[in-house]
Design a protein around this ligand. Structure first.
Ligand code: PBG
Length: 331
């Protein structure tokens, strides 16, 4: 026996009931947002080599997914339009085509699932032939204010299509304020802004860019996305976004940036969202396919670590899988 050992933390871990009583963090279906790649057409469901268990889906297929998600308790989805190469140009003009498949799909989903929250990622990379998130000058610079204006116009079209939340993922300065003012002028003052506040120039977006065929054709995104070495810069962005009228602050990616989530959470009273991106998800899948880890347990642990760091909401490519798992655990 160890003498005088008054404190034995293992007492609070001795059986499942006690472990459950002392559990500090949970993940629930209400905490997760399901992302979807949206293609034009009908009955389209293409698998993605670098993103197992996720698909390019047409809106009718997303409706089927929405039905399942709702049953699992998931109540929000985020749409990523995949644009055919022949519709892409240097200005990303398809983004402002009011009949583009994003706006049509949003209206259709709202028609069948009025209570489902629809989020739209707003940036130009899906629409531009060069793959950058903004307009590009003749010298190859990403134009800030001009891009913010296009995103504001795009946001108005989103608002009129029934999209509940706009999530600008471009990292231009001042775009939250410009979008907020433009929406308000249009009578869309109840459309929320979920700002990608700390979006890092990460190497974990590759499967996403594969799906969209949107890898930048020249240069990289380092003049607008944050340097992975920095955290104070994220706090500057968070303060500005809050002042400019953001309703949610997002950190992206998630698992390599838990410290950033924690720091932003400590500095705001807004809900903190994080985006568990394609590469983070694919890594788990790849290891699980090799039977090196168990996917369900690894996903659950990953998402718990994100909640523990302070995120209120998690966008994850494993949304349906975690919700299914939680349902099975509780039954
Ligand atoms: C671009 C955008 C990216 C993602 C979402 N929106 C990638 C990028 O900045 O090139 C990546 C999301 C993911 O990998 O899950 N605005």
């Amino acid at each position: 026996m160890i003498q005088n050992l008054l404190k034995r933390p293992r007492r609070n871990r001795k059986n499942a009931a006690i472990r459950n009583l002392v559990q500090e963090n949970y993940i629930t279906a209400h905490d997760v947002v399901a992302p979807f790649f949206l293609v034009e057409g009908k009955q389209m469901r293409y698998p993605l080599a670098s993103l197992p268990n996720n698909f390019l889906l047409s809106s009718d297929e997303i409706l089927k997914e929405a039905e399942e998600l709702t049953k699992l308790g998931i109540q929000a989805l985020i749409l990523y339009p995949v644009v055919s190469p022949h519709l892409k140009d240097a200005q990303g003009s398809y983004a402002l085509n009011k009949n583009n498949h994003l706006f049509l799909a949003a209206k259709e989903i709202k028609k069948y699932f009025p209570n489902l929250c629809i989020i739209a990622d707003i940036a130009l990379d899906a629409y531009t032939s060069h793959g950058h998130d903004g307009l590009v000058s003749a010298e190859g610079q990403i134009l800030n204010d001009e891009t913010a204006q296009v995103l504001a116009d795009m946001s108005v079209l989103c608002g009129h299509s029934g999209i509940d939340i706009i999530a600008p993922s471009d990292m231009m300065d001042g775009r939250i304020r410009m979008i907020r003012e433009t929406l308000d002028k249009e009578g869309l003052e109840y459309v929320n802004l979920m700002s990608l506040t700390a979006k890092y120039a990460s190497s974990f977006y590759v499967p996403y860019r594969d799906a969209l065929q949107s890898a930048p054709r020249f240069g990289d995104k380092k003049s607008y996305q944050l340097n992975p070495a920095n955290i104070r810069e994220a706090l500057i962005e968070a303060k500005l976004d809050e002042e400019e009228g953001a309703d949610f602050l997002v950190v992206k990616p998630a698992t390599l940036y838990l410290d950033v989530i924690q720091a932003i959470k400590a500095n705001t009273n807004l809900p903190v969202v994080t985006y568990h991106v394609t590469g983070e998800y694919s890594m788990l899948k790849a290891a699980a396919q090799n039977k090196w880890i168990d996917f369900d347990r690894a996903l659950h642990e990953t998402l718990l670590s994100i909640k523990r760091a302070g995120a209120d909401i998690i966008i994850t490519w494993g949304a349906k899988e975690i919700a299914t798992q939680l349902k099975n655990l509780s039954s």
